[in-house]
Each structure stands twice: as structure tokens, then as C-alpha cells.
Design a protein around this ligand. Structure first.
Ligand code: BT5
Length: 260
């Protein structure tokens, strides 16, 4: 097991050094991308009380009620190839699990590629957006949404059935501020681990927290839907799915449903 950020207070200390707290915005990822375009420093963090147009992957909506949850985006300027950007999602997911397990005691797991789950319910999600030029990554924005104190009434029908919050799971309100501080420390730690030592320890930690690997899954990737056993993730964060033919299929983006 890797040490957690508490033991490495200095690691990744640039992350959150510049913290911009806003009221209601369209999306913290949009605000952060605009700031990054204008030269905002690596590690700048944007936090909002609420989002009017919070988003998930593929233009999906992220329900973002006011004052109860975490909506946060981190600007990173990593020295990585654009193809390695999914590893930033992996690092953020591992950081979120550490912070949430330590602060709330909940058994949070990761559903590939970007879901933070408690059992079968979604507690949070990560949206990594990048700007690259040729083979260089100019910046990445890591968006993190975590349902902290929202009640069932905060989620519209359709999402209510699949979403949960720290409050709903633990019957206790938690401070978003304290959680954010822990999230930033952990993100700094796992980001530095990735950049300085490579992906090995990070991927090992991800496997430990993964609810996907080892399961029989249905994968929807683009126009394709197929089933298989989710065996592992590879060095670029792709899910490796063993098909019934015996072939191993790498999946770089898609949605996974656990069958058993
Ligand atoms: C995600 O997308 O899970 C990424 C969510 C990232 C949100 C953060 S908040 C800060 C930053 N700024 C943004 O605008 N976004 C980021 P995806 O895997 O595509 O999942 C989206 C799906 O999750 C939706 O289609 C709903 O089914 C469900 N969903 C929406 N809002 C939810 C919520 N609050 N809690 C749980 N599930 C939700």
C-alpha cells in the first residue's frame, strides 16, 4: 500500500496554492479552461457554490445544486503526451478515494473510467478536459464533482435512482471545505507520484480501489456495445476487456455496466 498524502505534506504543494472561490458559474471546467488560456498557473483551483451548466462526459449534465456539494476544477500543466492524459483521471480518482475514505469512512470505489461509487450508487465523477498542440499537452483541467450534503430531493427523477451523497450514505453532514483540503493534498501527492515516478504505483492503487476489474461487464464505446471480463487497465489507463473469443480488447473511452 502506498503512503497517503498526510505523510507527504509537501508533495504536490503547488496544487491549490491559488484557489479561486466563486458563487454560481456555468461550469468550473469552463472557467478553469478560460483562465488556463489566459496563462493561469499550474495548480490553480476553481471552486463554485453551484453550476448552471455542470457537465459530464459527452455533453451529459452534472446536477449541481447550490451550497451543498463540491464542484471543483484543477488546472494542470503536466509534461505528458496527450495520449497519457487519461492517467490524470486515474490520479484524480485515486486521490478522491483516499480523501473520501479517510474523511468519511465510506467504502468508496472507482468504476472505470471516472465514477466514484458507493455500492451501485454514484457519489461523484471526474471530467478531464485537455488542450493539446501536436504532441504536447498545453494544459489539462481536472473537474471533480462530489455529492456531499445533497438529499434525494436535490436529484431529479432518473438521476435520483443512481446517485447518492455522503449525507445519504453516512446520515451525517460533512464540511465541503475540509473535504476539499484533503482532496487537494491527495491530488497533489498522486499527481507528483505520476510525474516523478511514473504510473506503476498509481495503477497499483487504482486496481485496489477498482470495482470494475475482475467483473463481467457490458461496454458501450462509441457505436459499439460488447461484453467481456474487465481484466485490468493498461499503462495508459485503457480498460482491457477479455472477449469470449479470448481476445483482449483495449477500451480508451466508454461506459461500463457491471453485469456480475
Ligand atoms: C461524470 O460524467 O461523471 C463527470 C462529472 C464531473 C462533474 C464536475 S463538477 C466540476 C466540474 N465542472 C463541470 O462542469 N464538470 C466537472 P459522466 O460519467 O458522463 O456522468 C454523467 C452522468 O452522471 C449523467 O448523465 C447522470 O446520469 C449522472 N449524474 C448527473 N449528475 C449527477 C450527480 N450530481 N450525482 C450523481 N450522478 C449524476
Amino acid at each position: 500500500m502506498r503512503p497517503s498524502a498526510d505523510h507527504h505534506a509537501l508533495a504536490g504543494r503547488e496544487i491549490g496554492k491559488e484557489l479561486i472561490s466563486l458563487g454560481t458559474v456555468d461550469s468550473t471546467n469552463t472557467v478553469a479552461a478560460e483562465l488556463a488560456e489566459r496563462g493561469a498557473a499550474h495548480g490553480t483551483v476553481v471552486i463554485a457554490e453551484a453550476q448552471r451548466k455542470g457537465r459530464g462526459r459527452l455533453g451529459r449534465t452534472w446536477v449541481s445544486p447550490a451550497g451543498v456539494n463540491i464542484y471543483m476544477s484543477i488546472i494542470l500543466r503536466p509534461c505528458l503526451r496527450p495520449a497519457a492524459a487519461p492517467l490524470l483521471t486515474i490520479a484524480a480518482a485515486v486521490a478522491c478515494v483516499h480523501a473520501l475514505r479517510t474523511s468519511t469512512g465510506l467504502h468508496v470505489e472507482i468504476k472505470w473510467p471516472n465514477d466514484l461509487m458507493v455500492g451501485r450508487s454514484k457519489l461523484g465523477g471526474i471530467l478531464t478536459e485537455v488542450k493539446s498542440k501536436g504532441n504536447s499537452l498545453l494544459f489539462a483541467v481536472i473537474g471533480i464533482g462530489i455529492n456531499v450534503n445533497s438529499g434525494l430531493e436535490d436529484f431529479p427523477p432518473g438521476i435520483r435512482e443512481e446517485a447518492t451523497s455522503v449525507l445519504l450514505e453516512s446520515a451525517k453532514r460533512h464540511s465541503c471545505k475540509i473535504l476539499i483540503s484533503s482532496l487537494l493534498k491527495e491530488t497533489g501527492f498522486w499527481y507528483e507520484e505520476l510525474i516523478k515516478r511514473g504510473s506503476e504505483a498509481l495503477l497499483e492503487e487504482w486496481r485496489r480501489f477498482s470495482s470494475t476489474t475482475g467483473s463481467c461487464v457490458r461496454v458501450a464505446a462509441g457505436n459499439e456495445v460488447f461484453e467481456g471480463i474487465a481484466e485490468d487497465i493498461d499503462g495508459e489507463g485503457r480498460l482491457m476487456v477479455r472477449l469470449s473469443s479470448g481476445a483482449l480488447k483495449p477500451v480508451s473511452a466508454g461506459d461500463v455496466t457491471k453485469l456480475r
